[in-house]
Design a binder for this molecule. Structure first.
Ligand SMILES: Cc1ncc(COP(=O)(O)O)c(C=O)c1O
Length: 370
């Protein structure tokens, strides 16, 4: 017998998996995909879901089959993997800087139709020059700072100037503007949240208008995350939505962003490995298995078990004396605090239909940080 873990066979139950194992409830995921796709259709907005949360070209293909126009990627390496998997229309929502990145983008352009993001001419020029020397043109989008205070050109004159540069460069095709309202996801009062998102996105749309009034093309106005999309999708003038983690959901989106109409599709199946005190149980999953910094993970169906802390490879639960208790060897199902930063810790998603393993997706772009 091999000492290595064996791959689970399709059709097996969750109880047959070795733990910890990252599982997807396919019915719930499909419900979430349909919900976001329908919201986009309802407002005539295209859906370009972020791939940073799944890093799998097969999941990407499932999303494009459900109506997504392409994918948003956080890294060039992610986009390379998605392109190799056959997905062409890729917004790389991050700045690509340095000769190696530029050379790789030129190669990527030969097999796909990426959109590079910039907020300064010093990112745009080397890309444009390299594309032009290769006899190519690449789409380029200007990220505008709509209040997030991360990257982004200042709204107004600076954005227009950069857009003008892009439009005038033979290696570049101006694709539009994007902004991310990530600073507004956790506003508690929902009326205020809606108003702040509307204002931030109005600023983005005003910048699109500024470009168009100057005679520049601006086909794409892109924004939106899972924690905001219900409001972002209805903002007048938005053409694309980037919400990606919505397909999985998690405790952060539910508890902090108040996203309530999506189902929890992602869970980690764990095993109780120690019960050192009557009120404490230890599971085989810590920080290297799941993320719980913003919001603690939650044990499904067990209000008597609460996450106390995560160390690298152990998770400590407090056990309520009034509950049924736990024993060594018990299996529990846990909803991660934040799905995005949980998934990248794993090699595979195990996709279950009810309790039957239907598909194993590998996170091919995991670790593609460059
Ligand atoms: C540029 C950008 N767009 C969208 C998102 C939202 O992603 P998600 O919908 O997976 O939360 C993020 C999240 O960090 C982001 O950085």
């Amino acid at each position: 017998m091999s000492a290595m873990p064996t791959s689970p066979t399709l059709g097996c139950s969750k109880a047959d998996l070795d733990t910890p194992a990252l599982c997807v409830d396919l019915d719930a995921m499909e419900h979430n995909i349909d919900a976001v796709a329908a919201a986009c259709r309802g407002f005539n907005v295209s859906w370009r879901p972020h791939a940073k949360c799944h890093k799998s070209p097969l999941i990407g293909a499932k999303l494009t089959a459900a109506g997504a126009i392409g994918l948003t990627c956080a890294k060039l390496g992610e986009a390379e993997v998605m392109a190799t998997g056959g997905i062409q229309d890729l917004l790389i929502a991050n700045m690509l800087v340095g000769p190696r990145k530029v050379a790789r983008l030129v190669e990527l352009r030969k097999i796909a139709d990426p959109i590079a993001t910039v907020d300064h001419v010093e990112q745009a020029r080397p890309i444009g020059d390299a594309m032009a020397s290769a006899g190519l043109q690449v789409r380029m989008i200007v990220e505008v700072d709509i209040g997030l205070g991360r990257v982004g050109s200042a709204p107004g004159a600076a954005t227009l100037e950069l857009a003008n540069f892009i439009h005038g460069h033979p290696g570049l095709e101006l694709a539009g503007v994007m902004g991310y309202e990530g600073h507004l996801l956790t506003i508690e009062d929902l009326d205020e949240k809606k108003r702040c998102i509307k204002d931030a996105l109005q600023l983005l749309v005003e910048n699109a208008s500024l470009l168009r009034q100057a005679g520049l093309p601006c086909p794409i106005v892109s924004c939106g995350g899972t924690g905001s999309f219900v409001y972002s999708v209805e903002a007048p003038g938005i053409t694309e939505l980037q919400a990606g983690g919505a397909i999985f959901m998690d405790e952060f989106y539910r508890e902090k962003c108040q996203v309530t109409h999506l189902r929890h599709a992602l869970s980690v199946v764990v095993t109780v490995v120690s019960t050192p005190a009557a009120d404490r149980a230890i599971i085989d999953a810590g920080r290297k298995t799941m993320h719980g910094d913003f919001v603690p993970p939650r044990v499904v169906g067990r209000d008597d078990l609460k996450f106390d802390r995560l160390s690298a490879e152990h998770g400590a639960l407090t056990v309520d004396a009034n509950g049924p208790g736990v024993r060594i060897g018990d299996r529990l199902e846990v909803i991660p605090g934040y799905s995005d930063m949980t998934n990248v810790l794993h090699n595979h998603f195990y996709g279950f239909r009810q309790d039957s393993l239907e598909v194993v997706w590998s996170l091919d772009a995991r670790g593609r940080l460059q």
